[in-house]
Design a protein around this ligand. Structure first.
Ligand SMILES: NC(=O)c1ccc[n+]([C@@H]2O[C@H](COP(=O)([O-])OP(=O)(O)OC[C@H]3O[C@@H](n4cnc5c(N)ncnc54)[C@H](O)[C@@H]3O)[C@@H](O)[C@H]2O)c1
Length: 335
């Protein structure tokens, strides 16, 4: 099986590629290694993949249509996982065009390449941020998601709409996965766990938004990757139960699905920090701040549909996952 993974130098993409290679798939990684965060970390992730004989890599941007088309024409992927995107909620308040380029222009290029390349299944990253101003918990794919509170979220919701159009018009099977705060080894330096760890070890204070009171459905990377692979292996068909008089937002008469992929066990930020302090053996000096514009107070994933359809069963509590992150961080940075 030939699988093209965009964002293969990223946190989720590199871990996913690793697992796909281990189970014997051919993987083409596609990534522009941009400098949104330290590119040497991206290179180090790629260096772990390079020894696999079945791994190839192309450095390119999604919005570079000729480069993307060339990669598809040469590799002829059977399945595609689109993880490359401009991520991050707060950055979208100051750099909106980065999101339009990578997440909208880039995504239409991926859809077109999949359509013309006869791809069997496109799995793509959406986000829990699409729930925006919703307050009904847990978040369900049955809920309307029409009130995004950041441009990042709006582009992820747009991806779901664009995917549906291609599933409907061209019978391209697509599955969107709404990821809920992913963490673990080889993680992202712009995310809380990484930022807190660096600052606590350097003896610097950490900024704790919403006074540490918000909850997040923190999901461990290995659980996420397991869920992505189970999803990738299950090509959606049109839902025979789909009723256009009462349209189910998570499915369609077209080969289209959207799922939440979270831990289903929300944890308060203050507790997450306490666990980190225990694992590091150090207390954090905290600067308590209000909720940031664009951020949502709580997230909690209803994963019943993904579990029903794929057997997804996340099993890693934050006490275990944070410990593994800290072990990785100390080894990688030799601190
Ligand atoms: N990590 C999370 O908690 C989380 C939560 C919700 C959604 N997501 C989504 O999951 C996906 C993967 O996230 P991640 O945490 O691994 O992020 P990441 O930033 O580590 O990985 C994304 C990779 O894509 C590459 N990339 C970015 N723009 C590109 C472009 N225009 N062309 C080619 N390559 C490009 C980057 O260089 C990076 O290596 C993203 O779509 C993100 O929005 C992640």
């Amino acid at each position: 099986m030939r699988i093209l993974v965009t964002g293969a130098a990223g946190f989720i993409g590199s871990t996913l590629s690793h697992r796909l290679l281990e189970r014997g798939n051919d993987v083409l990684g596609y990534d522009n290694l941009n400098d949104y965060y330290d590119p040497t970390l991206k290179e180090a992730r790629l260096a772990r993949l390079a020894p696999h004989a079945n791994f190839r890599f192309v450095r390119g941007a999604l919005e570079d249509r000729p480069a993307l088309e060339r990669a598809f024409a040469e590799f002829r992927p059977q399945r595609v996982v689109n993880l490359a995107a401009q991520a991050g909620v707060r950055y979208s308040l100051t750099n909106p065009y980065a999101y339009v380029e990578a997440n909208l222009v880039g995504f239409i290029n991926v859809l077109e390449a999949c359509r013309h390349g006869g791809v069997e299944h496109l799995v793509y990253a959406s986000s829990s941020s699409v729930y925006g101003a919703n307050r009904k918990l847990p978040f369900s794919v049955q809920d309307a998601v029409d009130h995004p509170v950041s441009l990042y979220a709006a582009t992820k919701k747009a991806n779901e709409l664009m995917a549906h159009t291609y599933s409907h018009l061209y019978q391209l099977p697509t599955t969107g996965l709404r990821f809920f705060t992913v963490y673990g080894p080889w993680g992202r330096p712009d995310m809380a766990l990484f930022l807190f760890t660096r600052k606590i070890l350097a003896g610097e204070p950490i900024e704790v938004f919403n006074h540490g009171k918000h909850t997040r459905d923190f999901t461990y990377i290995d659980d996420i990757v397991e869920g992505v692979i189970r999803t990738l292996d299950r090509v959606p068909a049109g839902d025979p139960a789909f009723d256009p008089m009462h349209p189910n937002p998570g499915s369609s008469a077209a080969p289209y699905r959207v799922y939440n992929i979270g831990n289903n066990r929300p944890v308060e930020l203050a507790h997450y920090i306490e666990v980190l302090e225990q694992k590091l053996g150090r207390r954090a000096e905290k600067i308590l701040l209000p909720l940031q514009p664009g951020d949502v107070p709580d997230t909690f994933a209803d994963v019943a549909e993904l579990s029903r359809d794929t057997g997804y069963a996340p099993s890693t509590p934050v006490e275990v996952g944070i410990g593994r992150f800290v072990d990785w961080y100390r080894a990688y940075y030799a601190v």
